[in-house]
Ligand binder design. Structure first.
Ligand SMILES: [Fe+2]
Length: 373
């Protein structure tokens, strides 16, 4: 038998999984057609976003009315946001007495404790329940190149399971500083309305909170910003998988990743990714978020590495990343301050607001940062 000398265990698994694969800059999971995934006993699709990064992929999973998934262990991380439906999930280690069951509904967010057996139940007899999930399966499969290791592994991570209260809304706040404080828990019953905190350095009246779910190596944060406003552009490594929880708008991505040269410096290439509740995209290079709606825009970002567990040099939460994400490029950071921004951004945003029959609130707001007519 010929030996594949350029082997990717993840690509091989994907090719054999028989699941639909969707690709692009932005994808709208609520609309996707799925196919049965025997392994989990759920319908599924694999998402490969343009800037998915090296470590993580996304799945869309669905259980039919009254359905349940197969109990399974998996030696990879998984964070799950409930797009629609309601139900419950049980997680347990070897000992059945460890079993904990928690309920969820559209807008809930939870982490599956690594390699704990888990099973999902659709609580409705009439409606399907659909998840969007992010996992580090690409990293784990490629690193160990053994499907048996991933899905037939008996190791118990006792420290990932979490306190009983972490399944029912309790947690622990770690106050670091604005934009860096994080809440430790396993389940957010309502990520769409979880109380966030001001993070003024990112602009646009933004609020934010970081999370660590199920003692994961992955990061999670939720940000929200005001109607008719846009945040400051910034740049970092790809890998923040962003799910739109509320609001309308778009993001600009400058994927060539050239360093910003100051006012009027510009970029060679720009991609506009439209926003819609339930959509997912991953920015790459510099990027900027715009709310062209009349309600606050809230998004959930999840990716590899985090504020609790620093992995690699550039991933979310590391010293390098933490320093620069809200610091001006003029000071060695990766954020383009409003004062340095290309003036064409404001004109373009106002045009998009007009198309959306909404009001831009940016022109007045920007006057504190630069001369605006
Ligand atoms: Fe970002």
């Amino acid at each position: 038998m010929a030996v594949d000398l350029h082997y990717s265990a993840y690509d091989t698994w994907v090719a054999n999984a028989g699941l639909p694969i969707y690709e692009g800059w932005g994808i709208h999971p609520p609309d996707l057609k799925l196919a049965p995934w025997e392994l989990k006993g759920m319908d599924a699709a694999i998402l490969h976003l343009e800037a998915m990064g090296q470590q993580c992929n996304d799945f869309v999973l669905e259980m039919g009315p009254g359905g349940s998934s197969k109990p399974i262990r998996q030696m990879h991380e998984e964070l799950i946001y409930v797009l629609s439906g309601r139900g419950a999930t049980s997680v347990w280690l070897d000992d059945e007495s460890s079993k904990r069951t928690f309920e969820w509904q559209a807008g809930s967010l939870f982490g599956v404790p690594q390699n704990a057996t888990h099973q999902h139940f659709n609580g409705s007899g009439d409606e399907p329940a659909r998840f969007i999930t992010i996992t580090d399966l690409p990293l784990m499969l490629n690193m160990f190149h053994s499907e048996d290791f991933i899905w037939n592994n008996s190791f118990n991570f006792l420290d990932r399971f979490g306190d009983d209260g972490y399944f029912v809304g309790e947690g622990k706040m770690h106050d670091i500083r604005e934009g860096r404080s994080w809440w430790e828990t396993n389940v957010l019953a309502d990520a769409d309305h979880f109380e966030l905190r001001p993070w003024k350095d990112r602009g646009a009246g933004g609020i934010n909170l970081q999370f660590n779910l199920a003692n994961s190596s992955m990061h999670t944060h939720i940000s929200e910003f005001s109607p008719g406003m846009y945040k400051k552009a910034h740049g970092h490594e790809p890998g923040a998988h962003i799910v739109l929880l509320s609001g309308t708008g778009f993001s600009l991505v400058w994927p060539d990743n050239k360093h910003w040269k100051g006012n009027g410096g510009g970029f060679d290439e720009v991609v506009m990714v439209p926003w819609k509740k339930g959509s997912i995209f991953v920015p790459k290079g510099f990027h900027q978020h715009f709310n062209t709606g009349t309600d606050p825009a809230r998004y959930l970002a999840m990716g590899f590495g985090g504020f609790r567990y620093h992995i690699g040099r550039d991933t979310m939460g590391t010293k390098y990343h933490s320093f620069g994400a809200d610091v001006s490029t003029r000071l060695g950071g990766f954020q383009i301050e409003y004062a340095d921004e290309d003036p064409a951004i404001l004109e373009m945003f106002e045009e998009e607001c007009r198309k959306n029959n909404s009001q831009s609130n940016m022109r007045e707001y920007l006057k504190q940062f630069r001369d605006v007519n």
